[in-house]
Design a protein around this ligand. Structure first.
Ligand code: 4AD
Length: 461
């Protein structure tokens, strides 16, 4: 058997050699009964294959004809010789051509596909210039085709690298990777946004976060833990940033004195991730930028932290009234993001010391003023990507807060009991992976960064 050559390896240095390649038919351009051009694509790289009828090379008109009828996106194997083109090529990533000797069709695609890869890869500027595009629903309905575009190939490599850097950093700081159950008895964040199900005759739900069990891991002396796992939210939010299932990056840690220990981890972790993305994914970022232009994220090596009250004051000075004991809505968060950018030249910052009323039941109130809490949110480009806090480790206070938030404490009895057996002060945070990728790359919709997104209307593909 002949060795396979990757399309990316087809370069001028190997001109003259015969290669065996497998790829998809990217475009097929028949010229005459004796000549045709097919561009093959493999892992985002493309090469032009030329088939010319020739007696001495044993290429018949039938072979030219066979090539002509191959449908776009079919898988083919080609044996041919690497040749230098007469003129520089513009439509392919590779600067050599393949003079075809033999072609085999491995598996053909439908003649007419529901989505054309080239249309799916079109930038806004191209579409405005009159080239055909494809809308987001068509693309998501045909996600397996949509995923083949260079920008999408890049997005999911970047997603993978966010996870790699997240792990790398936390492991280096002595954290342990864990897996908490996704089938749980009660809701973990409170509220109505849970998927209910029946667990062997018992009411149960899909975990809205690893919150309760990551804290229980701390009660079990695991000290510093993190998790990368699916999170389920039954919310009816039709926004650019809410999914019903997303990947949560969660951290929980024992602390000695102050919840700033948790913020210190966040403040170091994210500049680390961003720097690694810039170092390791420059090609991917370039591929995304071609379809969706964006400016590199502005962040400081030492992460900026701002008290909530100062944020309210900044808004006030800019003529935006916000309730000092309430939550910030999306629009106000964006506005604050702009103000912070102007004043501190960063699009990544931590806002801390939030009002207690807008935080989940397990959040530690401030010792000196229970209207405020030991909690924080983190923003990229004016949008929330993380929320975190110190947790209540006193079982009585925890129970009292749960009741106050309308939670059926019977469903979280084992969680509350965990703190009766002795628990260290602790805190942590949760990040949405899809939001990190979306906002780092300045994308406008979270569905772009979810492989097969689940939203209130979408359970397929
Ligand atoms: O703010 P959330 O709900 O916080 C928690 O789950 C806490 N248990 C975290 C903690 O440790 N204190 O969710 C955390 C993050 C958000 O900041 C956001 O990035 C993302 O998860 N997120 C969503 N992403 C996509 N779709 C949704 N519906 C999301 N809801 C939250």
């Amino acid at each position: 058997g002949k060795e396979w050559t990757n399309v990316s390896e087809l370069v001028e240095e190997i001109a003259g050699s015969e290669v065996l390649i497998r790829g998809r038919v990217h475009t097929n351009r028949p010229v005459s009964s004796k000549l045709g051009f097919v561009i093959l694509r493999q892992s985002g790289f493309t090469v032009q294959c030329v088939v010319t009828e020739s007696k001495e090379r044993n290429v018949s008109v039938n072979m030219v004809k066979f090539l002509k009828q191959l449908s776009g996106e079919s898988f083919v194997d080609v044996i041919g010789v690497v040749v230098l083109p007469k003129e520089p090529l513009t439509g392919t990533t590779q600067q050599v051509e393949i003079q075809v000797r033999k072609v085999y069709c491995v598996n053909s695609a439908l003649q007419k596909l529901p989505l054309n890869v080239e249309d799916a890869a079109r930038s806004e500027a191209d579409i405005q210039a009159g080239k055909p595009g494809a809308n987001q629903d068509t693309r998501l309905n045909n996600r397996v085709i949509d995923l083949r575009t260079p920008a999408n190939q890049a997005i999911f490599r970047i997603q993978c690298h966010v996870q790699i850097a997240f792990r790398e950093f936390l492991l280096s700081k002595g954290f342990l990777e864990i897996h908490t159950p996704k089938l749980i008895a009660g809701s973990s964040e409170g509220g109505a946004a849970v998927f209910r199900l029946e667990y062997k005759g018992q009411p149960a739900c899909l975990a809205q976060s690893p919150q309760l069990h990551k804290q229980m891991a701390i009660c079990g002396d695991l000290e510093r833990v993190f998790e990368v796992g699916a999170v389920y939210r039954a919310e009816d939010s039709f926004t650019h940033r809410h999914l019903c299932e997303f990947i949560g990056l969660d951290v929980e840690m024992a602390i000695h004195k102050h919840y700033s220990e948790v913020m210190d981890i966040v403040g170091e972790l994210f500049p680390f991730i961003f720097t690694k993305l810039e170092e390791r994914c420059s090609k991917e970022l370039e591929a995304i930028r071609k379809q969706y232009p964006f400016q590199p994220l502005k962040f400081l090596p030492k992460t900026l932290t701002i008290p909530f009250a100062e944020g309210i004051q900044m808004l006030k000075e800019a003529g935006v009234e916000a309730d000092p004991l309430g939550d910030l809505n999306t629009e106000v968060e964006r506005k604050l993001g702009q103000l912070v950018l102007e004043k501190y030249n960063t699009e990544f910052y931590i806002l801390h010391h939030y009002p207690s009323a807008v935080r989940p039941f397990y959040t530690m109130p401030c010792a000196d003023d229970s209207n405020y809490s030991n909690s924080f949110d983190v923003f990229i480009r004016g949008e929330e990507i993380i929320s975190g806090a110190q947790r209540v480790h006193d079982p009585e206070l925890l129970k009292e807060q749960a009741v106050r938030f309308g939670i059926d404490v019977d469903t979280i009895k084992t969680y509350i009991d965990s703190f009766r057996y002795g628990a260290p002060p602790h805190g942590g945070f949760g990040v949405g992976l899809e939001r990190v990728v979306m906002l780092f790359c300045g994308l406008n919709n979270i569905r772009k960064t979810s492989l097969f997104p689940r939203d209130p209307l979408r359970l397929a593909p």
